[in-house]
Design a protein around this ligand. Structure first.
Ligand code: GLN
Length: 463
């Protein structure tokens, strides 16, 4: 499989691990046979798929891009992955990401940073990718950067990502592909290495929004192994695509027009709104009484308190004894050994979040509870928007993709998170679609809980 992808593609470091051709070829042959019999299992039969490195797959290395899990081969497969396999999709390998999903650039990975394929695409066809030296090495965004970039390059035609606070949406914007995260609980998280359990959502990258619908049909639905799966309640089929947007109200939450946002991003936002209006939708401007600037700014603080607190709790099991790589030292006491293990096998970003999480959980009248109060306010703000609008259109980012190795400062990630993490706190479905000609700029559409079908419909009208 390395030979098929080619060394130049592999140099982008979008993959953490590739499955061997010995595994892939029999699957491809079976799929071909099904097509010959005109009996494909689904629209995804035979489609090459990549999965983020935090999805467990039986006996496959599942590192979550951490030294802590560098040798972890799970004894089970994530529900999302087994549904893809049952639909005939062929799992090519696992994609690079920020360690445990913590980051916005796919730079904090034990596998090294990923590079976005987007600037290389014009050089791709018909020859294999050959990048003139002038092509900038840009970040694919994160944390699911490898998944987004591999779809942009068509190394895979569909990939799985996870979105805790924007990790599907920002890379989709940076890499020029569609990135869809349904509402919280709509796709089972069973077998996904946790970051922050009340926010973690499985999402998909596809070349276009229409393909995201095909993937979602396969992935959604009840899972007895994830008790937060909303599909415990039988999920109704997605409504058929609507022929027109004439009855759809598109809300523009003006509070997201923040100073940090680049003029090019604001211009794409405005042009997406005009395109939807031209497609027949009506536009509604949403002021401070529905979504306030205060709610937008507070969502970032609340997100980081909640995410770090839950991360500290989720990652406490990696002590080298119960789970994870172990740093053995006959001279050290048991607790020193655990301390050394965690110091050595967690990267800096992860250690910082665990420390922050333990701090916010340890205070009297915990910050975690306050942050959950703010979370309720943010959810209320979105709910007020959906009283007068069906789908919101807003930016997915504040800036353009930085060069790899630059823009590692915390502020770059945080500014972009401002556009995505409020939606995560509210648990709403959202999709980012690339803006034509806007290299590395996407626009975000958000719908109310349960309205994934309408959201995907509207998104296809932007393509
Ligand atoms: N950038 C955000 C964070 O680091 C979001 C990451 C994600 O969605 N996994 O927490």
């Amino acid at each position: 499989s390395r030979a098929i992808l080619g060394e130049e593609t592999l140099a982008l470091n979008n993959f953490a691990h590739l499955n061997s051709m010995d595994d892939l070829l029999p699957l491809a042959a079976e799929s071909q046979r099904r097509y010959e019999l005109a009996e494909p299992l689904s629209a995804l039969d035979g489609v090459p798929v990549a999965i983020k490195a935090n999805f467990c797959r039986t006996n496959s290395l599942t590192t979550s891009a951490s030294s802590m899990l560098s040798n972890y081969r799970p004894p089970f497969t994530a529900t999302a992955v087994s549904r893809l396999e049952a639909a005939g999709a062929i799992i090519m390998g696992s994609t690079n990401m920020d360690e445990f999903g913590m980051g916005s650039l796919t730079s904090s990975s034990v596998h090294g940073p990923s590079v976005s394929s987007l600037p290389y695409l014009p050089h791709l066809s018909p020859a294999p990718p050959s990048a003139p030296p002038s092509v900038p090495r840009l970040s694919p965004g994160g944390s699911s950067g490898g998944s987004a970039s591999s779809v942009a390059l068509r190394s895979s035609f569909l990939s799985l990502g996870t979105d805790t606070g924007g990790s599907v949406r920002l890379p989709a914007a940076f890499c020029g592909v569609a990135g869809f995260k349904p509402g919280y609980g709509e796709i089972s998280r069973f077998g996904v290495i946790q970051y922050a359990s009340s926010l973690d959502t499985v999402g998909v990258f596809t070349p276009e929004a229409g393909d995201a619908r095909l993937a979602y049909e396969v992935l959604r639905g009840g899972c007895k192994n994830d008790e937060t799966s909303s599909s415990l309640f039988p999920s109704s089929p997605l409504p058929p695509p609507a022929p027109s947007l004439s009855s759809v109200k598109i809300g523009i939450p003006l509070a997201y027009s923040i100073d940090e946002c680049l003029p090019a991003v604001k211009a794409s936002w405005a042009s997406a709104a005009s395109s939807l209006e031209a497609a027949g939708a009506s536009l509604v401007h949403l002021g401070d009484d529905r979504m306030s600037e205060h709610a937008v700014q507070q969502s970032l603080a609340a997100y980081y308190v909640v995410a770090c607190a839950e991360a500290a709790s989720n990652l406490s099991k990696y002590d080298g004894v119960r789970f994870g790589s172990r740093e053995r030292d006959p001279e050290a006491s048991f607790f020193e050994e655990i301390e050394n293990t965690r110091a050595k096998h967690f990267g800096k970003a992860v250690r910082e979040r665990i420390a922050t999480g333990n701090e916010v959980l340890s205070k009297e009248g915990s910050h975690y509870q306050n942050a959950n109060g703010v979370r309720g306010d943010v959810r209320d703000a979105f709910t007020r928007c959906f009283e007068v609008a069906d789908v919101l259109v807003m930016p997915a980012q504040v800036g353009l993709p930085p060069e790899v190795g630059k823009g590692e400062e915390v502020s770059v990630g945080l500014a972009n998170d401002l556009m995505t993490c409020g939606v995560s706190l509210a648990g709403m479905p959202a999709i980012v679609v690339p803006v034509k000609g806007g290299q590395g700029i996407g626009v975000q559409l958000v719908a109310n809980v349960g309205n994934e079908g309408l959201l995907l419909d509207v998104a296809t009208k932007l393509e």
